[in-house]
Design a protein around this ligand. Structure first.
Ligand SMILES: *Cc1c(COP(=O)(O)O)cnc(C)c1O
Length: 372
């Protein structure tokens, strides 16, 4: 992939999106509009009419997200809110859905517990063999790459093309990469969904999600779902996410650059049995990652000998929050088996944060040295 293809959003223009549209005396920071009612005498026309349908803070946030995704976006109160919107707005009884069997657990639960009961046939396949078996007969193909927590990859352009040729649509969960690290819509994917609770918000203080698509029918379907189901975000969360996005580029750059420095060092540590990180040249997903990702991300996995050693590493490191979720400014880690993921008891998902890399390395190394 050459450099022009790798180009992402123009982040200088992003920082001035709001500023360049201001009138004299307007606040430079985004105002928080916290109202369910609007002053609306006579015919409503196209004015804001009700808080479930219109909110100026969401509109500003969606405008910012649109710049990042190069596609119209709709915001939701969580990543699962966005994923539910994408799936419920596109599937109906009698149709078939393909999802990765090792992707985000709650997406599988949603498909299995609700969509299946409504007459959708749900088929699961492992990420590492996702294209095997083809895509004939699937109405919607849901992808997640890198998979969470295994960090296996799916070839987005190849799958998008094959699904389109077979008459289906593709939805990609891009949570782990953000639009700065991977651009599924540019690779032919029809719809992106993301949890903005993670790196997009970045400060571990909000839950939000969004859907992005360049297909106006799909956008309309998701918009209708939000308005009718009532899955709307709170204005304050929208405001917080907008603020978080203003530092996304510096945070994400620091996190990915640090992960690239740390992964090979961690792989060399005698206590670490295995590291998965798409940026490691020895990683099985490395070549595909080079071809389809702008960055290698900030997530990696370390496998230690057993649960006790892994817990000791996590809980003795002063620069690691022992917490579920990822993508915050603070590095965090957890053993994924505690949630039932099909991984080794000593498997640790590590999210690299914004700490200075050498200080972080010293802290990680000291904790690993103490694991005997
Ligand atoms: C966290 C996560 C979600 C769900 O997002 P919430 O904001 O927690 O609802 C979906 N997909 C992936 C890959 C995630 O990591």
């Amino acid at each position: 992939m050459d450099d022009t293809e790798r180009q992402g959003p123009d982040m200088g223009a992003f920082l001035h999106l709001r500023g360049n549209a201001l009138s004299k005396g307007d606040p430079v920071a985004l105002p928080l509009v916290q109202s369910s009612m609007y002053h609306l005498p006579g015919e409503p026309g196209s004015f804001s009419n009700y808080g479930r349908v219109h909110n100026a803070t969401w509109v500003a946030l969606e405008h910012a997200l649109e710049h990042l995704e190069a596609a119209p976006c709709r915001v939701f109160p969580s990543g699962m809110g966005a994923i539910s919107a994408a799936l419920f707005a596109t599937l109906k009884a009698g149709q078939r859905l393909l999802i990765p069997g090792d992707g985000y657990y709650v997406t599988r639960l949603l498909s299995d517990r609700y969509l299946r009961q409504l007459g959708v046939e749900v088929v699961e396949r492992p990420t590492a063999e996702f294209a095997a078996g083809g895509f004939a007969g699937f109405d919607v193909v849901f992808l997640e790459t890198p998979s969470n927590p295994g960090l296996d990859l799916i070839d987005l352009a190849a799958v998008a093309g094959a699904v389109r040729a077979a008459g289906g649509i593709t939805i990609c969960d891009n949570t782990t990469m953000t639009p700065l690290g991977q651009r599924p819509l540019d690779l032919g994917i029809d719809m992106v969904v993301a949890s903005d609770t993670k790196a997009m918000g970045g400060h571990s203080d909000l839950l939000m999600g969004h859907v992005a698509t360049r297909d106006s029918d799909l956008l309309q379907a998701v918009d209708d779902w939000r308005r009718i189901s009532g899955a709307i975000p709170g204005p304050h969360e929208a405001w917080l996410l907008h603020r978080g996005l203003e530092t996304l580029e510096v945070r994400y750059d620091r996190m990915c650059s640090s992960a690239e420095v740390l992964a090979p060092r961690l792989a060399q540590h005698p206590v670490v049995r295995a590291v998965r990180y798409p940026g490691l040249p020895t990683d099985p997903a490395h070549n595909l990652a080079r071809g389809q990702m702008q960055r290698f991300g900030f997530l990696m996995s370390l496998t230690l000998e057993n649960a006790v050693k892994a817990e000791r590493f996590i809980n003795t490191c002063p620069l690691l929050r022992p917490a579920t979720s990822f993508g915050g400014v603070h590095s965090s880690a957890e053993r994924r088996i505690r949630w039932g993921d099909a991984v080794d008891p000593g498997f640790v998902r590590l999210s690299i944060g914004c700490e200075p890399v050498e200080e972080l390395w010293q802290a990680l190394k000291t904790s690993l040295d103490g694991v005997v």
